[in-house]
Design a protein around this ligand. Structure first.
Ligand SMILES: NC(=O)c1ccc[n+]([C@@H]2O[C@H](COP(=O)([O-])OP(=O)(O)OC[C@H]3O[C@@H](n4cnc5c(N)ncnc54)[C@H](O)[C@@H]3O)[C@@H](O)[C@H]2O)c1
Ligand SMILES: [Zn+2]
Ligand SMILES: [Zn+2]
Length: 391
């Protein structure tokens, strides 16, 4: 079958690889009908996440039709149309039972790598390195789904692939980032990053009742989409002074009650001293992440506020203003998304027409064109915001 494979930094190829097989009674095999490229895939492409191996199949946003079912799986049957959440969950360990799905204690087959990096293992993830289980990803014609009696979401007729696909990652990710802010009706929520995740943060913040949303990026078409959703926008290339000061000016001195970092490890900033140092350190392997946005969000947040971090980080972050976080009494919440917590509620919201997640898609192509589309998405060429691939 065809699959998009990682061959090194910046080197993604559409390879011919063996079809997956059922390995466990609870598995299913799906025939992929739609998959997407995520900002998290760019961290792999750009070499920010360790433990990748040549030939690893990428992709963790995917859906399709069940074509084979393991003998012990009583939830799914051949012909079901499912979206597969990116976190792999056993459904039985103490974290799954608590609803902390993205830190399932059993699904990471390479638990020793995660334990070395994080002190404990975290859940297995599709197509996301040997740190998170070395599972083949979903940017492929067929995908093996382990523990498939737990997380896959059965999609009813009447909802298209493009409307359903993002239930597996970026919609619940934006939703959880907003939920982690415990939004109150008077809240001003500042959101860094207007990529796909940032866009779902904006929609979710409004759906959860925010008074105002301020969205920050420097890509015009992404800022325009944020403005269309009702956010007040800041192009960080076009302002004088710092972002926290600018937010105060826009809000009569009030500032942001809640701050969301929807950028993660690869933030850029044109003329900021800390960002230049991060870039040099990352390029010379002296540092792992470029946490300029996290620093800014902590500084911008009002005392007593919440900083919510859906943006992915990989390692040890430098020069975080923890004194500001401590003395202002901030709450910091983060995590890979506990997708299953939100699946049925968000599916219902799509069915009832409260949101149509396909608003984000700008590019449609096939797996063969995947390597080129990775570059288009990374470099934000051709007004690209979100790529959906079919087989
Ligand atoms: N927590 C989770 O479970 C989860 C799930 C999906 C994605 N993510 C993460 O969310 C982040 C965003 O994903 P995406 O798909 O939207 O990626 P993306 O790369 O398309 O978007 C990132 C956006 O941030 C902007 N940006 C860069 N530097 C900035 C700065 N200094 N200030 C403001 N904006 C800045 C970029 O211009 C871009 O539009 C990534 O880190 C991704 O790994 C996390
Ligand atoms: Zn993702
Ligand atoms: Zn579990």
């Amino acid at each position: 079958m065809k699959a998009l494979c990682w061959h090194g930094k910046g080197d993604i190829r559409c390879d011919s690889v063996p079809d997956p097989q059922i390995e466990d009674d609870r598995d299913v095999i799906i025939k992929m009908s739609a998959c997407a490229i995520c900002g998290s895939d760019l961290h792999l492409m750009d070499g920010y996440i360790p433990f990748m191996e040549k030939g690893d199949i990428l992709g963790h946003e995917f859906m399709g039709e069940v074509v084979e079912v393991g003998r012990g799986n009583t939830k799914l049957k051949v012909g079901d149309r499912v979206v597969v959440p990116f976190t792999i969950c056993c459904g039985e360990c103490s974290q799954c039972l608590k609803g902390n799905w993205s830190v399932c204690e059993r699904s990471n087959r390479k638990a020793e790598n995660a334990t070395k990096a994080f002190g404990y293992p975290t859940a297995g993830l599709f197509g996301y390195s040997h740190l998170t289980g070395a599972y083949a990803g979903g940017q492929a014609e067929y995908v093996r789904v382990p523990y498939a009696d737990v997380s896959p979401i059965i999609i009813p007729n009447g909802i298209s692939d493009e409307q359903a696909l993002f239930l597996g990652d970026i919609f619940p990710t934006g939703w959880m980032a907003a939920a982690n802010c415990e939004i109150e009706p008077t809240d001003i929520v500042a959101i860094w990053g207007c990529g796909p995740v940032g866009q779902f943060c904006i929609k979710s913040a409004f759906m959860q009742g925010a008074a105002r949303v301020i969205a920050i990026d420097n890509v015009p078409e992404r800022l325009a989409l944020a403005a269309a959703a009702g956010a007040v926008i800041i192009n960080f290339d076009e302002i004088d002074g710092t972002i926290p000061d600018h937010i105060k000016d826009m809000t009569a001195g009030h500032g942001a009650d809640k701050c969301i970092d929807a950028v993660g490890a690869e933030s850029h900033a044109t003329a900021s001293f800390d960002a230049i140092i991060d870039k040099v350190k990352a390029a010379t392997l002296l540092g792992t992440d470029r946490p300029h946005v996290l620093r800014t969000a902590i500084m911008a947040c009002r005392p007593g506020g919440i900083v919510s971090v859906p943006g992915v980080y990989g390692g040890f972050l430098d020069k975080i203003p923890f004194g500001a976080a401590m003395n202002k009494g901030l709450t910091i919440r983060t995590g890979q998304t506990h997708v299953n917590r939100y699946s049925l509620d968000l599916l219902r919201r799509i069915e009832e027409g409260e949101i149509d997640p396909s608003f984000i898609i700008t590019h449609r192509a096939t797996l063969d064109q995947g390597p080129e589309l990775y570059e288009t998405f990374r470099d934000k060429k051709d007004n690209c915001i979100k790529v959906v691939l079919t087989a």
